[in-house]
Design a protein around this ligand. Structure first.
Ligand code: ZDP
Length: 369
């Protein structure tokens, strides 16, 4: 049974899966089709994407993989990495000042827990070389890919930037006047962007205050996009429309973005909140393919690659009892199953869910549910 926790950052919402004690990613079974089913807001749980917290590979503390609601896998996500940091803090009881070295397809990203439920993320440097975005737009006078492109029967004067993932930015006089659905969908797949692109319309309210609307690659209209907010600030600053630091108003709320002149790094600050804990119904998981832990899978996976940490895994709920390397843990699971009624097991699961929720509420200074 797949356990997940739903998190959101400014309404950009994700299913968070703790796979930190897993071995081979492929074994987890998150196929594009299954991700689509889980993220579907009618037939599934519903989310803009799904995030896997995984064991590190290159010296970081944790590795993050993100999947868009359409099943595609982008390189990075801003709101998502704030949600991951909040999840790590919720799980491990971390306090403000704690930061994490997170491995992503866009390189090492460093979120830091702030007070007041905020997370400040070192998003790294923007990518402004056309091939790095990637885009076919030529380098323009402002020092970034620029041009006039046509889509949905309209002409758009655009700038582009990469944050590990591609973004096209269109300054407009009035956000109310844009046709987000029609223009966003057409620009997402414009041939000037070989890997597709995220699309952002921005209105300058003042040199340190911008408002934007988002159409995301692989997710459509969303309430917020963190990598997009960084790309918007970079493009607007290079076009002389704003300062190096600004508040960005998104439909889901504000982000603060600063572009450090010395390090060339962008720093994004905003909230991230847990929404609920849950378990996916086997029917939903099964819908399109075999479960990740079909009987006998243990035999197919060489012992060495599946370092299951029973002490942690069993406490959080065993995910692969048949593949557990530890006979002792297997015996414990078998004894528990043999000596417990279904009601006992359900009560056990409910209690651990309640314990985690109480811990979260207490941490937020609440009096408990
Ligand atoms: O690049 C893409 O395909 C994005 N849809 C990835 C998700 C970006 C995200 N919304 C963000 O906040 O950067 C999570």
């Amino acid at each position: 049974m797949l356990q997940f926790i739903k998190y959101q950052g400014l309404g950009n919402d994700f299913l968070m899966v703790d796979a930190r004690s897993s071995g081979d990613d492929a074994e987890l079974g998150f196929t594009p089709e299954r991700v689509r089913r889980l993220c579907d807001r009618r037939f599934g749980v519903g989310a803009d994407g799904l995030i896997l917290a995984l064991p590190p590979r290159v010296g970081g503390e944790c590795r993050m993989r993100i999947f868009n609601a359409d099943g595609s896998e982008p390189e990075m996500c801003g709101n998502g990495i704030r949600c991951l940091a909040r999840f790590l803090a919720d799980s491990d009881g971390d306090q403000p000042g704690r930061s994490w070295q997170i491995e992503t397809l866009a390189g090492r990203i460093v979120p830091e827990l702030q007070g007041g439920g905020l997370i400040r993320v070192d998003m790294g440097a923007p990518m402004l070389e056309p091939e790095a975005v990637p885009t076919a737009l030529p380098m323009g006078a402002a020092g970034l890919p620029q041009g006039v492109i046509e889509a949905a029967g309209e002409q758009f004067t655009v700038g582009a930037a990469g944050m590990g993932n591609p973004h096209v930015v269109i300054p407009v006089a009035d956000l109310e006047a844009i046709a987000l659905e029609a223009w966003g969908a057409a620009l997402e797949v414009h041939p000037a962007f070989p890997a597709r692109t995220n699309v952002h319309f921005v209105q300058v309210l003042s040199p340190d205050h911008l408002a934007m609307q988002v159409w995301e690659r692989g997710a459509g209209p969303t309430l917020a996009c963190g990598t997009g907010a960084c790309a918007v600030l970079v493009v607007c600053h290079r076009l002389g429309l704003c300062e190096r630091s600004a508040r960005l108003d998104l439909p889901g709320g504000p982000l603060l973005v600063e572009w450090n002149a010395d390090t060339d790094h962008l720093f994004m600050t905003g909230p991230a909140e847990a929404v609920f804990d849950a378990v996916v119904a086997p029917e939903l998981w099964d819908g399109g393919g075999e479960m990740p832990e079909p009987a006998g899978a243990a035999a197919a996976v060489p012992e060495a690659t599946v370092a299951v940490d029973c002490a942690t895994t069993c406490v959080n709920g065993c995910i692969r009892p048949e593949a557990c390397a530890s006979q002792e843990a297997q015996d414990r699971v078998a004894a528990l199953l043999a000596s417990s009624s279904l009601d006992d097991l359900v009560a056990l699961a409910t209690n651990s869910l309640e314990a985690r929720t109480r811990a979260r509420v207490t941490r937020h200074g609440g009096s408990g549910v």
